[in-house]
Design a protein around this ligand. Structure first.
Ligand code: CO8
Length: 258
C-alpha cells in the first residue's frame, strides 16, 4: 500500500514506520493518523512482521496534532467527526509490540502517540511536552491519562498546566522512557531491540503485552488473576516446551509460534 505521510520498511521481521511530514515537523493531520492506523493494522496481519518501530525525523518525532488543520474546526465538527478518535483507537489496538523511537520534539499529540506505543526509547535530544494549554485547549488523545500513569500526578499536572518541555534525562528519571541513546544511534538501537523481540515466541509476546496493559485497566486482583491464567495457558504451547528444553540443553530456542 502506498502512503504519502509515512514510510514503511520491513526487514528481519521488523517493520520500521517513519512519520514523514518534514515540512510540518511530522504534525499529525487526519491523513497521517489514518495512514498510520492502516499501516499498523497491516503490520499486525503481516506474517513477515513480528515487532514494529515507530519513529520520526531527528528534529521531530511529531510536534503535535496539525494546528493548521484543527484551527478552524467548530465543536460540532470535532465532536461529530470524532477528530482522530476512531483512527487513534485502531492505533492503540495494535497487538504486536510497538516501540516508539523518539528524537527531537514529541509534543502534544506527538507525545501522546509515543505514550500509546508499548515503550519509548528516546534520543538524548528528545523533548516531551503537552503544550496544548498554550493554544487554549488541552490534550485530547490520551495525554492526561497516560502521562499521569507514567510520571505521576505532580509532574503530569506540571506538564499539562504549564506546557513546559521535559528533556531526555528527566523523561528517563521519571519513567516516561525506557532508555536514552545518542541521537545518531537512535533508529539502529531501536531496530536492534526490535530484532531481539522478534526472535521470541509470538504467542508469549502477545500474552505478555496484553497482561502488562491490563495493569492500567483493571484492579490488581483481576490483573494478577488474568496474568496467572495467561501464564498457565502458555503451557499448552510448543514454544513453552521448546523454550524450557533449550535452556536445559544449553542451546538457543527455535520458537515456531505454536
Ligand atoms: N501543527 C502544524 N504545523 C506545525 C506544528 C503543528 N503542531 N508544529 C510545527 N509546525 C510547522 C510550523 O508551522 C512550521 O511551518 P512553516 O515553515 O510553514 O511556518 C514548521 O512546522 C517548522 O516549525 P517551526 O518553524 O515552528 O520550528 P521551530 O524549530 O522554530 O519550533 C516547535 C519547533 C517548538 C516544535 C514549534 O514548531 C512548536 O511549538 N510547534 C507546536 C507545538 C504544539 O503546540 N503542539 C501541540 C499541538 S495541539 C495537539 O497536539 C493536540 C492533540 C490532541 C488532539 C486530539 C483531538 C481530539
Amino acid at each position: 500500500m502506498a502512503y504519502q505521510t509515512i514510510t514503511v520498511e520491513i526487514e528481519d521481521y521488523v517493520a520500521l514506520i517513519r512519520l514523514n511530514r518534514p515540512e510540518a515537523l511530522n504534525a499529525l493531520n487526519s491523513q497521517l493518523v489514518g495512514e498510520l492506523a492502516g499501516a499498523l493494522s497491516e503490520a499486525d496481519r503481516n506474517d513477515k512482521v513480528r515487532c514494529i518501530v515507530l519513529t520520526g525525523s531527528e528534529k521531530a518525532f511529531a510536534a503535535g496534532a496539525d494546528i493548521k488543520e484543527m484551527a478552524g474546526k467548530t465543536y460540532v465538527e470535532a465532536y461529530t467527526g470524532d477528530l482522530f478518535g476512531a483512527d487513534f483507537d485502531r492505533i492503540t489496538a495494535t497487538r504486536k509490540p510497538v516501540i516508539a523511537a523518539v528524537s527531537g520534539y514529541a509534543l502534544g499529540g506527538g507525545c501522546e502517540l509515543a505514550m500509546a506505543c508499548d515503550f519509548i526509547i528516546c534520543a538524548d535530544n528528545a523533548k516531551f511536552g503537552q503544550p496544548e494549554i498554550n493554544l487554549g485547549v488541552m490534550a485530547g488523545i490520551g495525554g492526561t491519562q497516560r502521562l499521569t500513569r507514567f510520571v505521576g500526578k505532580s509532574k503530569a499536572m506540571d506538564m499539562h498546566l504549564t506546557g513546559r518541555f521535559m528533556d531526555a534525562a528527566e523523561a528517563e528519571r521519571s519513567g516516561l522512557v525506557s532508555r536514552v541513546v545518542p541521537a545518531t544511534k537512535l533508529v539502529a538501537e531501536a531496530l536492534a531491540v526490535a530484532k531481539k523481540i522478534a526472535e521470541k515466541s509470538q504467542i508469549a509476546l502477545l500474552a505478555a503485552k496484553e497482561a502488562v496493559n491490563r495493569a492500567y485497566e483493571t484492579t490488581l486482583r483481576e490483573g494478577l488473576l488474568s496474568e496467572r491464567r495467561s501464564f498457565q495457558a502458555l503451557f499448552a504451547t510448543e514454544d513453552q516446551k521448546e523454550g524450557m528444553a533449550a535452556f536445559l540443553e544449553k542451546r538457543e530456542p527455535q520458537f515456531r509460534d505454536r
